[in-house]
Design a protein around this ligand. Structure first.
Ligand code: ADP
Length: 965
């Protein structure tokens, strides 16, 4: 199942390979059947026979294997076809080689035809690869002033076509010649022999010229590298034959010449070199392993040659001294072998893989070292520039992981706009964003890529960089098995961007996106190597820059959060203002929305005092009721994005009414065991809370607690101070008013007494009584006023010494009514009092009268003459509620609470004829509360609706004689 996708895409290729394999087996069987019986008759040793047969079979298999690999994986299909055909013809040639050598005419014909064919195919292959000479005709680019050049081109094309036509023509004749030579009983004409030889000469010269011409004309590093690899491969394959077999013969030591059959074994590397030369840039594969194996191979061959050389020298120098011979051999090998091994490695790099040396030079430029930096943008630029140099492309964009959001963002940021120099990068990012666009990216930036986007996941998990076309495939079509290291299926599209993960200590910290290479070729194995070198060199620079940026960001946040210290606490008038200021600091520092809630101890609930921001709110209502212990713990919620992070909370505080779709921080403001409030930060973009950030925010919360407590205390102190000032003012006012208030009745009393002193002898008795009564009322009024004043200062002492008895309420009311009766009658008032005679309360008799007198004289004072006054009573088992209602101007709602404080009078009554010291209600409140009751006022504040003063007393059910109302 895993390989189904792979097989489906290559079914045609697989069938062809199967066919070739069948042919191989068939030919080998036929060859074996013809070869062995004949040779056994010749009585050769069986071992030698098998060695010969095996060698041919192995060479054929090698060609078949290389052809198959290239046929299956090469992305340039034309080259793949030619190489496969070439490999097949070579395979056939070798498969029938032993049979043909033992003069089997049929096998000889097959071998000879395939040999002829393979030569022409090889010649044609070289015209296609590494440089494609047939693209002359189709290429449309004409160099400026190029009439001469196009003329040259015309002749070269003509020459090329002539060469190919002649080659094909001669090859057909050569094949005919082979058939006739082996099958025809008659003598073959001599001219045919000449044509056959000229075919070989033409093909070999053609091959040589193509190689030389290619080497001279090739401008691209890659094609030169391919050529070099192939030529070096061919030369090195012949080295053992030259050094071990031919050289001793030439030097006159035939006894030391190694059998050619052994030294030609390395010729088996020929197809491998050819196959790899083609596949190197066709297959996305890790180049490193192949470089290593080539180095090993060359090293081993070098050691064998060295060993043999040492053996010959030892034999020549110490022919009769075996001990010296052994010592010489050991010393020479000990000294020379490491040198040969190192030399082999250096030869491998210099002969075969010069491209890697070039890459290394580019990456390790001293410039880069000088420009190493802590700045994230500059570090990214460094990597981008190195990639630009390596691949000669302008389309390079580095995406760096933003730890805060979990998104990858282009670094340095894209400069968009019409005249931007960043066009190439913008184009590349745009191409990518077709596959990575997500709804949340709008909040971060359109070009940002989500950390768990399909592309990123695939790039992160793949063992090699992926092409974009591979990275966007569904999971089940991802490269598996061997194709995780080899990629071969995609079309030969050089514009397919390459995505490479930048890792540091195994973690992906960035993604390098490379657009089309400068030489318009597709990315391949050696490029991965170059990227590997690049990242090994620069990933630590990038990581350091990332960390530095992160630390900088935290420092900025810390700085901003510490600015709470600089907030002048004395400027706050209310807690609202303070909450607003701290919410603003938090929102500004963390770039999110912030709200501060304060805890109301009495109601046991949190109330929103401040909200800064424009984003969605975590809680719609303004009140929250925390009920569980968890509500008073910090919560860092990352929403959906938490899937990609470890160790983050997915739960929410229990008192939250609904789950959140966005990240938020829930920071209780606790001072010891005392709950002060709550700070909530909400993010409209994805956010990851690093441990450091959690710590910083926690510290800010602690600071907020201290600051808010300070503000609260300052406000309380200020209120107390204001109150004190108000009291001072009231006291001053009181002294002025009381002296004025006291003077009025005092002047009246004094006046009457002076009148009496002067005229009492001549005055009528009735007038005398009237004067005395008036003077006495004045004294009573004075007595009440003075009583109130003295009570105001010592009422609390009196409260302690109060004696509570069971007394009749109606009796007390009756007594007070009698005192004010005269005044009420004068003002034509009706006072209605309905109090059951058997209603008893627990109270101090005198004090109760004083309360009633205060309330009733207020009702008289502050309502117009002629209006009614009502006294009503309610009761239940425990208490009795008494109401004194008048129809005066009423009391504004805002003032009602204050009236029961010392010296407080309504503004409107300050300048009215109604006299008072602002003490009556205060004293009444103290007395009612001392007797275990409550007192308050009910009034709409509307004129003529009046006010009702209400107080409660404890009810007594004790039996007392009933009194008449
Ligand atoms: P005062 O000696 O000034 O009456 P109180 O403490 O008895 O002192 O009353 C305080 C203030 O409350 C009064 O000055 C008056 O402004 C207001 N007040 C008291 N009773 C009434 C009432 N029945 N109707 C309107 N205003 C009243």
């Amino acid at each position: 199942m895993r390989y189904a996708y792979w097989a489906r895409t290559r079914i045609g290729r697989l069938l062809t390979v199967l066919l070739a394999l069948l042919v191989y087996c068939l030919l080998l069987t036929v060859d074996g059947l013809r070869f062995f019986p004949q040779q056994i008759v010749d009585s050769s040793s069986l071992f030698t026979l098998w060695l010969r047969f095996g060698f041919s079979a192995l060479a054929a298999l090698l060609f078949l294997a290389v052809g198959t690999l290239v046929w299956l994986y090469a992305r340039n299909r034309r080259v793949a076809l030619f190489l496969f055909c070439f490999s097949c013809t070579m395979m056939i040639t070798f498969a029938v080689e032993t049979g043909a050598a033992s003069n089997d005419s049929l096998l000889s014909v097959v071998g000879s035809i395939s040999g002829v064919l393979s030569l022409s195919l090889f010649a044609l292959l070289l015209l296609l690869f590494p440089k494609n000479y047939f693209s002359f005709g189709s290429s449309s680019h004409v160099v400026s002033g190029g009439e001469l050049q196009s003329g040259q081109q015309y002749y070269s094309t003509l020459l090329l076509r002539g060469y190919v036509a002649t080659l094909i023509f001669l090859s057909i004749i050569a094949e005919l010649y082979s058939i006739l030579r082996y099958l025809s009983p008659s003598q073959v004409p001599d001219w045919l022999d000449t044509v056959d030889s000229s075919y070989y000469v033409l093909a070999l010269i053609g091959i040589l010229i193509t190689i030389i011409a290619s080497y001279r004309r090739i401008s691209s590093l890659r094609q030169r590298q391919q050529q070099r690899f192939f030529v070096s491969g061919v030369i090195l394959a012949f080295v053992p034959l030259l050094l071990l077999t031919l050289l001793p013969l030439l030097l006159g030591f035939p006894e030391y010449s190694v059998d050619g059959q052994v030294t030609t074994i390395t010729l088996g590397f020929l197809p491998l070199a050819l196959g790899y030369t083609i596949l190197r840039y066709q297959v996305l594969v890790f180049d490193m392993y192949i470089r290593r194996s080539v180095a090993w191979l060359i090293g081993s061959v070098g050691l064998v040659i060295l060993g043999y050389g040492v053996f010959i020298c030892g034999s020549l120098l110490f022919a009769h001294q075996p001990f010296a011979w052994v010592i010489f051999g050991l010393v020479a090998m000990g000294v020379l072998a490491p040198c040969v091994w190192i030399l082999a490695k250096s030869i491998t790099d210099r002969l075969f893989f010069t491209e890697m040396l070039h890459y290394q030079r580019l990456i390790e430029q001293p410039d880069a070292l000088a420009n190493e930096t802590f700045d994230l943008n500059k570090a990214s630029q460094l990597i981008t520039l190195a990639a630009v140099n390596l691949f000669e492309t302008q389309e390079v964009c580095l995406f760096v992981l933003d730890e805060d959001t979990g998104y990858y963002h282009p670094c340095p940021p894209l400069v968009e706009g019409e005249n931007s120099h960043d066009e190439a990068r913008c184009r590349l990012v745009q191409r990518l964003s077709q596959y990575t666009a997500s709804a949340e990216a709008v909040q971060t930036g359109p070009s940002w890529i989500k950390g768990n986007a399909v592309i990123v996941r695939h790039v992160d998990s793949a063992p090699r960089p992926l092409l974009l076309s591979e990275a966007i495939r569904p999971d089940e079509e991802l490269p598996r098995g061997l194709s995780r290291y080899l990629a071969t299926t995609g079309p030969l599209d050089s514009r397919d961007p390459l995505l490479a993960p930048v890792r540091f200590q195994g973690k992906m910290i960035g993604m390098l996106v490379l657009g089309e290479r400068g030489d318009h070729q597709q990315y391949a194995g050696p490029d991965f190597e170059a990227l590997h070198l690049l990242f090994t060199r620069f990933s630590s620079v990038l990581q350091t820059a990332c960390l530095y940026a992160q630390v900088n960001q935290h420092v900025t946040i810390l700085d901003k959060l510490y600015s709470t210290n600089a907030v002048p606490i004395h400027d706050f008038e209310t807690m609202d203002q303070a909450a607003m200021a701290y919410a603003r600091i938090a929102a500004d520092a963390v770039s999110c929305d912030a709200s501060i809630w304060l805890y109301e101890e009495k109601e046991k609930r949190l109330r929103r005092f401040a909200f800064i921001g424009t984003g969605p709110r975590l809680v719609q209502q303004d009140v929250l009721t925390p009920s569980q212990e968890e509500d008073w713990l910090p919560w860092f919620y990352e929403g959906d994005s938490s899937q990609i992070w470890q160790g983050t909370s997915k739960g929410i505080p229990p008192c939250l009414p609904q789950a959140s779709s966005f990240p938020f921080v829930w920071l209780p403001l606790n001072s010891g065991d005392q709950h002060l409030g709550l700070l909530i930060l909400t993010y409209s973009r994805p956010h990851h809370f690093s441990r450091e950030e959690q710590r910083v925010l926690g510290m800010f919360a602690t600071q907020c607690v201290a600051a808010l407590e300070n503000v609260r205390m300052t406000l309380a102190l200020r209120a107390a101070y204001e109150r004190q000032k108000e009291l001072d003012r009231l006291k001053d006012e009181f002294i002025t008013t009381t002296s004025h208030e006291l003077r009025t009745p005092l002047t009246a009393v004094q006046g009457y007494l002076e009148l009496l002193a002067s005229y009492h002898s001549t005055m009528e008795v009735s007038m005398l009584d009237n004067f005395l009564a008036k003077a006495s009322r004045g004294c009573e009024e004075l007595a009440l006023m003075v009583g109130n004043i003295t009570d105001a200062s010592r009422v609390q002492v009196d409260v302690k010494t109060m004696t509570l008895n069971v007394i009749s309420l109606s009796e007390s009311v009756q007594h007070v009514l009698e005192i004010i009766e005269a005044g009420a009658r004068r003002e034509q008032r009706t006072i209605q009092a309905a109090i059951p005679a058997d209603l008893f309360v627990v109270a101090d008799k005198i004090r109760l009268r004083q309360i009633l007198l205060n309330l009733l004289s207020n009702a008289l004072k502050y309502s117009p003459t002629g209006s009614d006054i009502e006294i009503a009573v309610d009761m239940n088992e425990e208490e009795v509620t008494l109401r004194v209602r008048d129809y005066g101007l009423g009391i504004p709602l805002a003032e009602q609470e204050r009236l029961f404080e010392r010296f407080v009078r309504l503004e409107r009554d300050m300048n009215s004829p109604a006299r008072g010291a602002g003490l009556g209600l205060y004293i009444s409140k103290q007395l009612v509360e001392a007797m275990g009751g409550r007192i308050w006022v009910e009034s709409t504040g509307m004129p003529d609706e009046g006010s009702t003063f209400i107080f409660t007393l404890q009810r007594s059910t004790a039996q007392k004689p009933a009194l008449v109302s």
